[in-house]
Design a protein around this ligand. Structure first.
Ligand SMILES: [Mg+2]
Ligand SMILES: [Zn+2]
Length: 207
């Protein structure tokens, strides 16, 4: 059976964005994120992180260190995440690192949708009834070809430039919210039938 999911950006959505998180000790998870993610899980959503990690192509960290960072993040979230998918690539070499096998045009670096497609295929997820939460335009653009519902979070930063780009590309978010916990509340409220309508359907005379 295909399942609904919430596709999550990582840096700036789950934890404080910094100039490339290079070690587990640098993770600073935003307040309320753990409980918010568990509330989504309890409502039946699979939780999947889709993240650009060009720090690998830039030579700032390697795949083993990224795995350690994700293990630490998962521990801080009490295991809320079902799976992490990352893009290690960069289309042009970073001057400091030079060319290496990770420097390549790829189909997975957001706003491309390769990570989303991998996740949907491997975990048997349905785009219908699924959501994406991110703090930048490219997070939402990666879902543009799918009927995924889109939420943009501020996480303390201005969003005007992202909104202009999303509007220009006809990929507007359904809402702009302060942070991930607010986005989780929005999803839970959207999935719940309005109280009045539920009462009406129960009391409605049968035709
Ligand atoms: Mg981000
Ligand atoms: Zn890639």
């Amino acid at each position: 059976m295909t399942q609904r999911a919430v596709f999550l950006d990582r840096d700036g959505t789950l934890h404080v964005e910094r100039d490339f998180c290079r070690r587990p000790e640098e993770l600073a998870v935003f307040a309320g994120v753990r409980d918010a993610l568990w509330s989504l899980r309890d409502a039946g959503y699979r939780l999947v992180v889709l993240t650009n990690q060009s720090g690998i192509a830039r030579g700032y960290l390697d795949e083993a260190m990224l795995a350690r960072i994700h293990a630490e993040l998962q521990a801080r979230l009490d295991g809320a995440i079902d799976a992490f998918f990352h893009c290690p690539h960069l289309p042009e070499p970073d001057p400091a690192a030079g060319p290496n096998p990770y420097v390549q045009a790829c189909a997975c670096r957001k706003p491309a949708d390769g990570l989303l497609r991998q996740a949907m295929d491997l975990l048997d997820l349905s785009p219908n009834g699924s959501w994406v939460i991110g703090d930048s335009a490219r997070d939402l653009l990666a879902t543009r070809a799918q009927p995924v519902r889109r939420l943009l979070v501020r996480s303390g930063k201005p969003v005007e430039a992202s909104l202009r780009e999303l509007t220009r590309l006809h990929c507007e978010p359904e809402a702009v919210l302060d942070d991930l916990p607010a986005a989780a509340r929005f999803i839970l409220a959207a999935g719940r039938p309005p109280r009045d309508d539920a009462a009406r359907s129960i009391n409605a005379p049968r035709a």
